[in-house]
Every structure is written in C-alpha cells, then in structure tokens.
Design a protein around this ligand. Sequence first.
Ligand code: FES
Length: 383
Amino acid sequence: MFSLKRFCTNATRVGCLNFSSAVEKPKTAVLMLNMGGPQSIDQVHDYLLRIMTDRDMIQLPVQSKLGPWIAQRRTPDVQKKYTQIGGGSPILKWTKLQGGLMCKELDKMSPETAPHKHYVGFRYVNPLTENTLQEIERDGPERVVLFSQYPQYSCATSGSSFNSIFHHYRENTFPKNIKWSVIDRWATHPLLIKTFADRIREELSKFVETKRDNVVILFTAHSLPLKAVNRGDSYPSEIGATVHLVMQELGKTNPYSLAWQSKVGPLPWLAPATDDAIKGYVRQGLKNFILVPIAFVNEHIETLHELDIEYCDELAKEVGVEEMRRAAAPNDHPLFIKALSSIVADHLKSKEPINSKFLMRCPMCVNSRCRDSKRWYRQVCTL
Ligand code: FES
C-alpha cells in the first residue's frame, strides 16, 4: 500500500537524467512555475518562512512577526516528515525530467519556435523564480512562456507565482526585447484527463475482480481557506471540472467523491478533509479506496507522506479499511509529457498571449498586488 519504494526508485532514476543544459541558446524559453519543495532537511526552515510570509498564499495578522514564528515552530515536525520520505522533496527532479522531455517533443512539434529550453522557477525554494529569470535573460531567448505547473488556478498558488514575477520586474529592468506570454491553467486538457484516468486504471487493476467495481475513487486536492473561496477563487470549480472529466473518461465505473487535504491552522477551510471522508465512508460500510491526488503533477510531501504514510498506511489500519491504494501523480507518464508539450505548442501557435480569465480578478479581491500585476501582464504580454 505505502509506496516509499515508488518514490525511491523514481527519484534515483530521474536523478540520473539531466536535460537542463541540453540547449545553450534557446529561441523559446519555457519557465515552469511551481511552489517547489526543500531538497534537503536544512532547507525546510527557509521554505516554510517564505510560505508563511507570502501574503498571496496566506494572510495572517501581523504576518511579519507571526509568519516567522510559525515557520520556526513547525520546522522540526516538517523536517521529520521529509526525513521519512527519504530526506527531501523530489519535485525538482520530476520537474526537470518533465521539462526536458517536453522540450524534446516541442522541438519536433513546433520547429519554427525551436530550440526550446525549459527552466524551473520555484516560489519558496531554489531555484527561486527571480534567479531563474536572470538566467533566462542571460540566455537571451526571443520569447518566454510562463507556464504554471498547477493545472487548476488558485490565487494562492499560480497567482502568487505570477505576482512574484511582476514584483521582480517592478524592482528590476524589464527586458523589452523578449516576447512574454502566459499559460495560467489547463484543468480540462484532454491529455491531462487521460493521464489521471490511466493512473486510476493502474491501481484499479490491482484490486481483486470481485471488489473492483465497488472501490471508492476518492479524489483529493489541497484545501483552501474559505475566506479565499468566498472571494471567488476559481480553484474549487476547476478541481471539480477535472474530476468530472476524469470520471467521464473512466466511463463512471466506480463510486467517487472529492475531499480536501493538508489544512493548516484553526480557520475554516474547504471540507470534508480527506481523512474525515475516509472515516465517513468506512462508517457507511465502504472499505476499499483509491486516493487520487488531482491537483499535483508530481510526487511531493503531500502525496508521499500525507497520502501514503498517514492515510494509506496508518489511518487505513486504524479505521479498518480493507485495501487503500494511491494513484501515482502524473510524473513522467508518456501521456502527461504529451499533455505538457501540446499545451505549449498550441499556445505558441495561438494568437492569445494571455488568457482573458487570467486578467480578471476575483470578484471580491481587494489585493492591490493582484490589480497592479494583472495590469502589468496585460501590457507586457505579446506574441
Ligand atoms: Fe484573486 Fe486577487 S485574490 S485576483
């Protein structure tokens, strides 16, 4: 059930591959944006500190004091979790592998914009987005595609990354000789949907035939404070859209539901929590599950620790689950690599440097960073 082996095997394998230096002088740079994860235990504190002081991600009273205090307090616990999954997050290794494979495909699919080179821009840990932007400028491509690696858009995740790029160029000279464009969301892309469906089929086939049709497919996504939901953040509806299409792709073969994981702090967040949903279904007599992380495109602490160790192993034993498996994240699934390259290739061919939805703020947004950032993107993005 618990798949530490899956992490170790894959992490070792991807560690051997390095596509990042394949192209010195790209025509097109693809900057893959994500939150990132500490690669070693000693990076945990700074990683938490950056999260806790990011007002797009989380809003705390007297954040400049409370944020560092919470980061300090949580560090030992979070370090323990990273130790249990092998000493660090595999997110950088996966992103580099995905980027290298994506650009290889892109060179074939879109020779007119080749050579393509991927770059990684993390929000909270190296390689930090602001440093990668400098690296891109040194390489001097004709165009840069800012590609969010969160399929479903939230102002707390993708929005925070885009706001940080705006912030960086408010303080540094913007390279006007480069064309910039944005891929902000791709929750319903057909190849993403097929990838998730295939990951679920892989796990369903491991259940004995007599149980298979009754296995509960429990989709799970990172939760969000209700305050953000009530501002009009599009994340919950985009997660719902992905879930709906994945079940359609599977032919609605099994009972399914959606729950929310990884809540922190005492304020109300989207519910039910994934562990509560498991307990609730067990009480209703359902005993077999597949957990499907529907908002993560690669393994990281929330899949490898929270889902694999805390739920598939510990909670499953505690509440009397018969069998609980976890669908792998998209990682290097060939359909997922095709999804990434198709999304970028279609974007490069399109006449839309930026999605009109991205330029809209949440209806109840009062954040001046969002206002200024969206104005700026409207001005600087061209194809
Ligand atoms: Fe969503 Fe500002 S909080 S656009």
